[in-house]
Design a protein around this ligand. Sequence first.
Ligand code: NAP
Length: 425
Amino acid sequence: MTAKIIDGKAVSQEIKEEVKVLTEKLNREHGITPGLAFILVGDNPASQVYVKNKAKACESLGFYSLTEKMPEDTSEEKVLAKIDEFNQDDRIHGILVQMPLPKQISEYGIIEAIHPSKDVDGLHPFNIGLFSAAKAWDEIMEKRLLLPCTPYGMMVLLEKYGIEVTGKRAVVVGRSNLGGKPTAMLLLSKNATVTIAHSRTANLAAVCREADILVAVIGKPLFIKKEFIKPGAAVLDVGINRTDGGLVGDVDFEAAKEVAGWITPVPGGVGAMTISMLMKNTYMAAEKTVTEASSKSQIPSSKQEANLKHKNDKPFDLEERAMLFAQSVIGFLKVLPNTTANAEISRQLIRSSGAVGANYIEANDCLGKKDFVMRLKIARKEAKESRYWLRLLECSKTEDAARTELVEESTELLKILSAMIQKAQ
Ligand code: NAP
């Protein structure tokens, strides 16, 4: 048997063309251009090429993009400050910090600092939690969750080639947070029975031979041999290994294609999908800001907040803003479907919007400019979070009976804010 070759390059091109058309529409109808910011620390030649290619893809799709280059010895604090700047910037919908990072910088700390709504690499623990908690692939798609680009690309390849996943045995070799684990969770969401294998797995070849879908995410050239493959299986090779003979995958392609039913080449297979899925995620992050804006017209935007000035410079009324903010949140909660799924997110929303109001009020009370700026900074951070919770709530559709409690809680919030305002007067 000779396997069908899965052409990642062609599918990737298709995705880019779809994203280009959607981007033009978003721009025409809402005046929004998806924006992607890259942070590149150090001189790693491979990282420079990756960022350059991603920036080129942005240009070809009509995205706004910028690359912040930082020297090898940059401190973690400096990178975090840059991320914070991009988190606040409304032109930027996605932030990508190119890995690997120099050893003085913690990759986890960096990933966690990116606002989940701008985490277009899909690596923030919050986003990983969201898709891992989703019951099924359809729910993931319906909520337009930000998925890690390479595993997402792999799922798209399976779909485009009509490879059945439901009820099939899938074996993923590799358990890294970037590769194996998210790949396994996505296959599970499509109803595969999934085994995750790793360096301590006993009888690896036999385990792999059970797979209808075999995914290699290992980082060892040509490691998966013909004997590991069940005849007719779909073999997806995520590995990218530089050897003297050029780029090769984790699968011994030439031998494996004689047994497999489908197989991805390296290069031109799964790896070719990563950039287009990054572009798709960035488009989705930008497009979500439209829904967000339409349901929260009362909630001040970052730009409006940024325009607030200290009372020594110009009179203003932050108390009124705090009330408006709370009222708009309550208004939103009243029309929200009654759902258990919504309850926890709504509580977070109430907490963060309460903190926005309280900090606005305290900012108004501040005599010193330093305290005022600090209060406003906290209020803006919380407002950003509120917007995110709201966005999550918009994604939710299921029903149950948590609404009364939520409205009571938000009414309580309004009372507290009113009391604070009276005290301040
Ligand atoms: P990683 O963090 O080094 O993880 C490798 C995984 O493979 C580990 O879970 C390890 O098991 C397992 N493994 C190593 N030796 C093994 C063996 N002899 N038998 C069974 N399992 C073994 O690497 P990664 O980040 O996941 O990347 C893996 C490969 O995918 C690399 O070639 C990388 O370049 C490629 N990749 C490509 C893309 C893309 O196309 N854009 C994206 C991501 C990754 P233990 O946990 O037990 O050590």
